[in-house]
Design a protein around this ligand. Structure first.
Ligand code: NQM
Length: 361
């Protein structure tokens, strides 16, 4: 297997995450060779990722692989890859709605999609799940403009809004078939509106749900409990043995503090998110609306409209999410929409750590 030592790459912030964006044609076609290159590009495995682009946290150790789509419903295909920080793993088991915010602009920058004069809409196929999204963003004069006045919690300053719409997803909203299950003696709602997520009332784990991510990560009793719940819930959700996988995520729910619908602390799945993922929030929002779910009695849903404010450790994420009940009374997601921002940080050639030069851990 010959693995290249360098690749054309753009580093972008997408929403509250950061990642390396590649055209598929700039990476090896063989998945093993591609993953080997990406680990060395990001500097993994190493808790500090000192010798690569990774930022020493799962939220900054992400990759988007983009190509023209053969699907008539899409302009571009987006494959998301989570690169392990301290483990030599590259996973395609989950999607990422935050990096998704940068995919449309990247596709224009690389000439995969022609920019409109004013605004451009890009139809995206998310290869990981087979679901679709449409992203629209400003392109005055036919060029991507990253500057603007949109603000998202967890990112300093303002930038141009990237509006993302998700039509109804392909899989069941309630993968276990129930609004509520008991796993590891804990009531949970297992929901998938783009991200398999287990909702748990924080109080049922004897935490408030207002603790800092750091304090929650240091609570080893909680970590054991969450692990037990996740392994059991993963099986019930049809995901098999989830011991080494990044899904399902776990979202702890508490009453909102700041006028929103709910306060969250989300485990992805071991580190506690400093905010919340886009599709994670889409799943929380849809799950809160399910009659009989664990959000009842915790969340405060607005009387009208699709918009919900999901509070998280660094602020809030507003998301539009509606569900409906089909003829058999089964809840299904209708539509989800969110505003994010993205920014090009650098464009150039990334030079990978030499093959075989494993870091001394
Ligand atoms: O849920 C982190 C993130 C994510 C995923 C994670 C995401 C999403 O914030 O759509 O964006 O849950 O691993 O980037």
């Amino acid at each position: 297997m010959t693995v290249p030592a360098e690749a054309r790459c753009m580093l972008m912030r997408g929403g509250t995450s950061k990642g390396a964006y590649f055209l598929a044609e700039d990476l090896p076609a063989d998945a093993g060779a591609r993953d080997d290159l990406l680990l060395r590009v990001m500097g993994s495995p190493d808790p500090r990722q000192i010798d690569g682009l990774g930022g020493a946290h799962p939220l900054t150790s992400k990759v988007a692989v983009v190509s023209a789509s053969a699907d008539p419903e899409a302009d571009v295909d987006y494959l998301f890859l989570q690169v392990g920080v301290d483990r030599p793993e590259v996973s395609d088991r989950q999607n990422c709605g935050n990096l998704l915010a940068g995919v449309g602009p990247f596709a224009v920058e690389r000439g995969l999609v022609a920019a409109g004069d004013g605004r451009t809409s890009v139809r995206l196929r998310m290869v990981n799940s087979g679901d679709f999204a449409v992203a629209s963003f400003p392109t005055p004069g036919g060029r991507v403009d990253y500057s603007g006045t949109a603000e998202i919690s967890g990112v300093p300053g303002t930038a141009a809004p990237v509006v993302i719409e998700f039509p109804q997803g392909s899989g069941p909203l309630l993968p276990t078939g129930h609004a509520r299950d008991i796993v590891a003696d804990t009531p949970v709602t297992c929901v998938d509106n783009g991200m398999p997520t287990v909702l748990i009332a924080a109080a049922s784990l004897k935490v408030t749900g207002y603790e800092s991510p750091k304090d929650l990560e240091e609570d080893l009793t909680l970590a054991d409990r969450l692990r037990e719940i996740r392994l059991e819930a993963g099986k019930l959700m049809g995901l098999g043995d989830v011991e080494g996988t990044t899904v399902p995520k776990l979202s702890l729910l508490a009453a909102p503090l700041d006028g929103g619908a709910v306060m969250t602390r989300t485990f992805i799945p071991v580190r506690c998110h400093t905010s919340i993922g886009v599709l994670g929030a889409a799943s929380v929002a849809a799950g809160l609306r399910v009659e009989g779910g664990v959000g009842e009695g915790v969340a405060r849903l607005p009387a009208q409209g699709d918009r919900l404010r999901i509070e998280h450790p660094s602020g809030f994420l507003d998301i539009e999410s509606g569900i409906a009940y089909d003829a058999e009374g089964v809840p299904v997601a209708r539509r989800t929409a969110v505003v994010r921002t993205a920014r090009k940080i650098f464009d150039g050639t990334v030079f990978a750590r030499p093959a075989g030069a494993a870091p001394h851990l």
